[in-house]
Design a protein. Structure first.
Length: 285
């Protein structure tokens, strides 16, 4: 089942299709933009902004592309459909959730890498998220339920048999940082175990004995979308940062953390055993 696109998601898809059609028609970016402006008006960089999803396409842009690029009937229909969807008004997102761009990219991701020293929202159950958010001085109590539900639903979209390839590194301290009591904690760690058992997921826990690990003190999520776009998300109290260009440092830090777990004797199999032991301990309380 294909999930309907949010207007921002449609804008991203339109941008990707528009670039492909331009290249197939033999237009360089400069030539296409010059011809578009001379035909329908506009300003320098307008095509660039459409092709990078910075602005939504207008009807005149679509009409010009259909005329000059001469796409197939299927591609033409898809271009028009995406433009219509991109022109809609995006649904409001729950307060405190990442930007619309991040959420759209998360839904389209083919690869996700995560490293955290606490259980990130994408891995949380509703009850655990609720207990955690309710304690935050930055979250209005009226928003807690919506935010917790949003975290759970986002995780369900990602962690499925046909979902993206996900690699997770979690500091062992995260398993000690539990809110809501033993029962909620047990269900949360059961959720981690179930995620770790998915075929498309790699999951390692870094024990405290590993010492300092750069990624655990600088947590982040890396998203990859086709054809070859990476986005790093780093959350802060004051703001969220999104790095779209050179993410090589993030990949290096993640690889270092992944190997740090192995060097400490924690394989993916050992990670599942650690989670099972934590569940058993919590169920006995």
């Amino acid at each position: 089942m294909v999930e309907p696109l949010d207007p921002y998601g449609a804008r991203l898809e339109f941008a990707k299709l528009a670039r492909r059609l331009r290249e197939a028609a033999g237009f360089t970016p400069g030539r296409a933009e010059a011809e578009m402006i001379s035909t329908i008006g506009g300003y320098a960089s307008v095509l660039s902004k459409v092709e990078t999803a910075q602005i939504a396409p207008k009807t005149a842009h679509v009409t010009w592309m259909l005329t000059r690029y001469q796409p197939s009937a299927d591609d033409a229909g898809r271009l028009v459909e995406l433009a219509d969807q991109a022109a809609g008004r995006a649904q409001p997102v729950a307060a405190g959730v990442q930007s619309r761009e991040y959420l759209a990219r998360e839904r389209r991701a083919t690869v996700i890498w995560m490293i955290y020293n606490e259980i990130p929202g994408l891995l949380q159950t509703f009850d655990f998220a609720f207990a955690t958010l309710a304690k935050s001085p930055l979250v209005d109590l009226n928003d807690v339920e919506a935010l917790a539900r949003d975290r759970e639903q986002r995780g369900e979209r990602i962690f499925r048999p046909d979902g993206p390839e996900v690699s997770i590194v979690l500091g062992e301290a995260a398993l000690d940082r539990m809110d809501g009591g033993p029962d909620i904690a047990a269900r949360q760690i059961e959720r981690l175990r179930d995620i770790a058992e998915l075929e498309r997921v790699r999951f390692r826990i870094i024990p405290g004995s590993a010492g300092a690990v750069t990624g655990l003190s600088n947590p982040f999520t890396l998203l990859h979308t086709e054809p070859d776009e990476w986005l790093a998300f780093v959350g802060h109290i004051a703001r969220n940062d999104y790095i779209k260009r050179d993410v090589s440092r993030f990949r290096l830090v993640f690889d270092d953390a992944w190997e740090a777990a192995a060097d400490s004797g924690v394989s993916e199999e050992r990670t599942r055993a650690i989670l099972e032991a934590r569940i058993a301990d919590l169920r006995q309380r």
